[in-house]
Design a protein around this ligand. Structure first.
Ligand SMILES: [Zn+2]
Ligand SMILES: [Zn+2]
Length: 285
């Protein structure tokens, strides 16, 4: 039986220097965050055969620059609607005057963009009203969980239905302590409950999130100076192994290069990873 591929996911880039995720269904093409320059987002989209003109909407997690710096180009030149909660939109409206494509959602209140149902939930982070997302689609659920200092019961409950999860593994606490470039106050901010998840905290989180339906975990938002991909991978993959979850694929994202496109198939959930050229066939055995 052939399963129709219904959602494609490409992490265009993730790290403290910029974050942007691309999601495509039969009906919509979305970005979650726009944390690179417009030109850089366009270049990365081009690598998967897409353009900014294709994008139907941007979803914002929060206002920090590494999630929003592409907005002026995306909104003013390309008139792409931007979905954000009110506090995030108001702040950005002051910082980036002239953006007029806001679509306001209420945190916790689900809404739909095409065939994607968007659920948002509050995360502890030093922004005005930061959120994580669970994007539900008939072929599977995609969770976006970066920029949080710790997990809460609400966060775990809301993200748990994810079949594919982007999870923050920001830093290794020892590398952060030894780092000479950052002042003590910045280190305290990162380590705080409103900061960013360490590798160990992400590993602890995944043991609470993991379930039979979880198939793929992207590790994201790695600090360039205070983390190493192999440390992040070892923490989370080790935790999954200890939990007996041997079928979950773990992939570390990159600040500089998009991940290979991941495909979620329907009606049965099948996941395969291929180059984008293969996607046009839209079928998986
Ligand atoms: Zn960030
Ligand atoms: Zn942030």
């Amino acid at each position: 039986m052939l399963a129709v591929v219904a959602v494609e996911i490409t992490i265009l880039g993730s790290g403290s220097g910029g974050n942007c995720t691309y999601l495509e269904t039969a009906r919509v093409k979305l970005l979650v965050d726009a944390g690179f320059s417009g030109k850089q987002i366009a270049t990365r989209l081009a690598s998967i055969g897409r353009t900014l003109e294709d994008i139907d909407a941007v979803l914002l997690t929060h206002e920090h620059n590494d999630h929003t710096q592409g907005l002026p180009v995306l909104c003013k030149r390309h008139k792409i609607p931007v979905f954000a909660n009110r506090l995030t939109a108001e702040l950005l409206h002051e910082e980036m005057p002239g953006l007029e494509t806001w679509k306001i959602f209420q945190t916790g209140q689900p809404f739909e963009i095409g065939d994607v149902r968007v659920e948002s939930f509050t995360v502890p982070h030093d922004a005005h009203d930061p959120v994580g997302f669970l994007l539900r689609h008939d072929s599977g659920n995609i969770g976006i969980l970066t920029d949080l200092g710790c997990t809460t019961r609400l966060v775990i409950e809301r993200i748990r239905p994810a079949n594919v999860l982007l999870l923050e593994t920001n830093h290794d606490p020892r590398l952060l302590q030894d780092d000479t470039a950052r002042p003590w106050s910045v280190k305290q901010r990162i380590l705080s409950r409103q900061g960013h998840l360490s590798n160990a905290a992400a590993a602890e989180a995944i043991t609470q999130i993991v379930h039979d339906g979880l198939k793929h975990v992207y590790l994201g938002h790695l600090s360039r100076d205070c983390n190493r991909p192999e440390l992040a991978y070892a923490s989370v993959a080790g935790a999954l192994q200890d939990a007996g979850a041997r079928d979950v694929r773990v992939e570390v994202t990159s600040q500089t290069d998009p991940t290979p496109t991941l495909m979620l198939g329907a009606p049965a959930l099948t996941i395969a990873q291929q180059g984008h050229d293969a996607v046009s066939a839209c079928v998986q055995p």
